[in-house]
Design a protein around this ligand. Sequence first.
Ligand code: ADP
Length: 453
Amino acid sequence: MIQKVLIANRGEIALRIIRACREMGIKTLAVYSEADVQSLHVQLADEAICIGGPRSSDSYLRADRIISAAEIADVDAIHPGYGFLSENAKFAEQCESCNIKFIGPKSKSIRIMGDKAIAKDTVRKAGVSIVPGSDGPVENETEAVKVARKIGYPVIIKAVAGGGGRGMRIAHNDVSFAKEFHVARNEAEKAFGNGAVYIEKYIEKPRHIEFQILADSHGKVLHLGERDCSVQRRHQKLIEESPSPFLNADLRKKMGKAAVKAAEAAEYQNAGTIEFLVDAKGNFYFIEMNTRIQVEHPVTEEVTGIDLVKQQISIANGDKLGFDQSDIKFEKHAIECRINAEDPARNFTPSPGTISLYYPPGGFGVRVDSHAYSGYAIPPYYDSMIGKLICFGPTRKVALQRSYRALSEYLVRGIKTTIPLHKAIMSDPVFIEGKATTAYMEDFMSRTPTDLF
Ligand code: ADP
């Protein structure tokens, strides 16, 4: 039985994991960097160990120090959260070989799904449609141009090791392709230490719709419905909701089945997400699997009533999933707004600093997952998300109204945030009508005066 968990993360997700552990009677160990001494996860965990300097490369990415902390504090499992080491197969393997349970999939599944080219090949063989593209990485420009012409422009050049919306370039013809191909390779090398890229058809104005998977170690694989994450800026999600206003029951069923097949193909265990792009006609294509808990997981929790982090811990413990596909009901609508310390009026420049006043909204149908508090100094070293506002109700209309109401109550003084931007989106007719595709944000920003934010 898991009795003590090391949380190899910070911020709101570290708090989220502490909350699940506490409800399960499991002790928690926080690890933190020198920049996070004042962080809530350090205050709220049962124990805390400092593992290094402010930069992630000196702390949250130091597998050796995290494993040492786990051994010193005698934990029996590590929860990696999202980002940092969560999709690092080597780290999962190190945990496995030290007899510490990694609360996530087996390293083998991370390896398959972490290389986007292998991932696509694996799910294609299992009968799931993928975006047309190169068979694996393309080695040189001549070969790449041939592939691009064969697929037909526009194409997207993507890093095999990509993530977080980075390492992607779009080309509309041979000339722009030659340029973007080199830029993409250089960027990928710098960002991920792996310059390999592959090519895909660029789907115009698709929706990003992903399915939440839960799989236990006894072979049961279920899906918990979808999240529509089409509202993105520079390929990074800003708003997520469930159910998707685009899917009908028939398409949901088809995509859910495909998602389960894709997870099975990677012999997946634990919580994971299968991401699809969906075109206007309802054709859907697998783009990648995220082999971890995701930022937007609360949307699914509120719709289904299932605590995903507790399920992750139980699965890592070897327990069987206590329900079947037919037991999972989608009875609510939930919308999540990511609250980032960024200035939307100034091209989303990061706005670190001290929060002079913090007052989160509450009331019926409102959930806030955040590590912010009045007086909290946001360190400049990590990502800019300071919280997530999740509003839910019986219908999409109620969830929208509730989101607008809650955003109006949400006070964060001393820094700039995305709160006013979300308010403007919640009252935008295109979003209200459920018509947002991944092209939505660019259009919204071009027609909305920035003095609104
Ligand atoms: P990452 O791992 O960096 O998040 P993904 O492959 O998940 O990258 O893609 C992120 C986003 O980029 C998608 O949600 C979508 O908006 C856009 N995108 C990726 N591939 C394509 C494609 N083939 N056509 C159009 N848009 C794409």
